[in-house]
Design a protein around this ligand. Structure first.
Ligand code: AMP
Length: 490
């Protein structure tokens, strides 16, 4: 199997002028991507870094982000993508706990670090000629990227993905989806989410063009749909939540995006209502529901959504039962095996051992997802723990609770997901304060939310704060989350 870098190199040599990446008015050809990433690699190789020492890459959608990613791996280092929306304390935690040797930036960063911070732009101004040798690149079982996800211990955890994991994932994508014809791939997910890997590497390895959508564009519907209309997107990858948001605009249909013929959804339940509406609006497109966690390289299974599936089932399946890498434990928990299993969590051997045990000689990943079988399909049936998906984001409720409990005015806190049907639509924090409230509750809420912005990304900050005298306990003496969840509906 060709490594992902070797595939991109082939494209760069054969079609150096082909566009690799577009965002706003910026773009990058394959020739430029290859050359500039060689320059980054050369710069890194001249520093006194240990082989495989992580490189944090900080910023948002931009051609230089992709250049920095490839530059790091060409010099033998895994990259740790951190989106510029990340609060400074979290960025600092990730940088320190990953043991990173350098922070490469494509945007201004205000956090102070103990390690060097280098703007990719400045670095490129210094390094003009460079060519890396494949022997220097990240090899087979070495770590290629590390993506941090929410952690129940109170801090995010770094999932380590090897070059082989990624090569297997990209090969699987090419085998199973109609993505080979030349075309444009939409890049909606920021690079700190592994969903972005689903468009990044199949697109670059196949010589396609990535069209990136920024958070700023997403926040401005006119700009978003103007960009979508001119993007020429053929392959759409996003969370179902993002498509659901786009569907609110009646103008979003096949005429606006005539080339669109493939929808790839992953990361959360694909509601039937979303799939049904998409089928009506995009008659040319095939819709796929993919399933998988960051720990097994983006996705491991899929079903094609058909009118028949929508008619016969209350919920869309996530895999056929024949899927070899996916099975159920007696407890109903879904487990995953196969060549895309992560090397584990960085610097957390106990956590890794618990999540990736070896059973009957086979290394598996315990997903924490509940699955069930019906008529030859596997369905997603919820979680064994307190992980939730909110608007497509993966959150550990316990991480949020710990961060709130660390705030000076707070004595204890329980966070409860607020649901509409099966979908989590927001979070509510129940808080016991150290001192009785003297001000109005909304003033305290404002203060606490403002304190939290240093520690949690905005999507992890609960919408509603409720102040109570004590947390209700159940018969076992544990916090009665069920009672609090019911309270939310009163
Ligand atoms: P992440 O690591 O952010 O990709 O989140 C992985 C988790 O998202 C899985 O363990 C599931 O709980 C959930 N998930 C991913 N894909 C699907 C899907 N197609 N349907 C339901 N849940 C999903």
């Amino acid at each position: 199997m060709l490594s992902i870098l070797a595939s991109i190199q082939q494209v760069a040599l054969q079609n150096p002028n082909n566009p690799a990446y577009h965002v706003n008015n910026d773009s990058l050809t394959y020739g430029e991507l290859w050359h500039l990433s060689d320059c980054v690699a050369q710069y890194l190789m001249e520093l006194d870094l240990k082989r495989q020492q992580p490189i944090v890459v900080y910023g948002h959608m931009s051609p230089l982000q992709i250049v920095a990613f490839l530059g790091a791996v060409k010099a033998g280092h895994p990259y740790v993508p951190v989106d510029s929306s990340t609060p400074s304390e979290r960025l600092q935690f990730i940088t320190q706990s990953s043991g990173a040797g350098l922070v490469l930036t494509t945007e201004e960063v205000l956090t102070s670090f103990k390690i060097p911070v280098v703007a990719v732009k400045d670095l490129l101004a210094q390094t003009k000629n460079a060519e890396t040798q494949p022997g220097a690149w990240v090899q087979d079982e070495e770590i290629y990227y590390i993506i941090y996800t929410s952690g129940s211990t109170g801090n995010p955890k770094g999932v380590q993905i090897t070059a082989n994991n990624l090569a297997h994932f990209v090969a699987w994508m090419n085998e199973n989806f109609p993505i080979q014809a030349p075309g444009v791939f939409l890049n909606q997910a920021p690079y700190s989410f592994d969903l972005s890997v689903m468009d990044l590497y199949p697109a670059l390895g196949g010589g396609h063009t990535l069209y990136a959508i920024t958070q700023e564009q997403i926040a401005n519907p006119k700009s978003l749909f103007d960009h979508l209309a001119v993007s020429g997107t053929r392959v759409w990858t996003s969370t179902p939540s993002f498509a659901k948001m786009c569907l609110m605009n009646k103008e979003w249909h096949q005429q606006l995006m005539p080339e669109l013929d493939t929808f790839l959804f992953c990361g959360e339940v694909l509601p039937k209502s979303v799939a049904t509406e998409l089928m009506l609006r995009f008659p040319k497109a095939t819709i796929f529901n993919l399933y998988g966690p960051t720990e097994t390289t983006v996705a491991v299974s899929f079903v094609e959504v058909t009118a028949e599936l929508l008619r016969h089932y209350e919920q869309l399946p996530i895999a056929p039962v024949s899927e070899l890498n996916l099975s159920l434990l007696e407890t109903g928990e879904l487990i995953i095996s196969g060549p895309t299993l992560s090397a584990g969590y960085l610097g957390a051997p106990d956590l890794t051992q618990r999540a990736f045990p070896t059973v009957d000689g086979t290394r598996i990943y315990k997903t924490g997802d509940i699955g069930y079988e019906k008529n030859g399909y596997l369905f997603f049936g919820g979680r064994t723990d307190f992980q939730v998906k909110l608007h497509g984001y993966r959150l550990e409720i316990e991480e949020i609770e710990k961060k709130i409990e660390n705030l000076a005015p707070v004595s204890s806190c329980v966070v409860v997901p607020v649901k509409e049907g099966d979908e989590v639509v927001s979070l509510c924090a129940y808080i016991v304060l150290r001192e009785p409230l003297v001000e109005k509750p909304f003033q305290m809420t404002k203060q606490l939310k403002s304190l939290l912005t240093d520690y949690l990304p905005s999507y992890m900050i609960p919408k509603k704060f409720s102040y109570i005298d004590t947390l209700p306990l159940n018969i076992n003496g544990k916090v009665d989350r069920k009672r609090l969840a019911v309270l939310e509906y009163v």
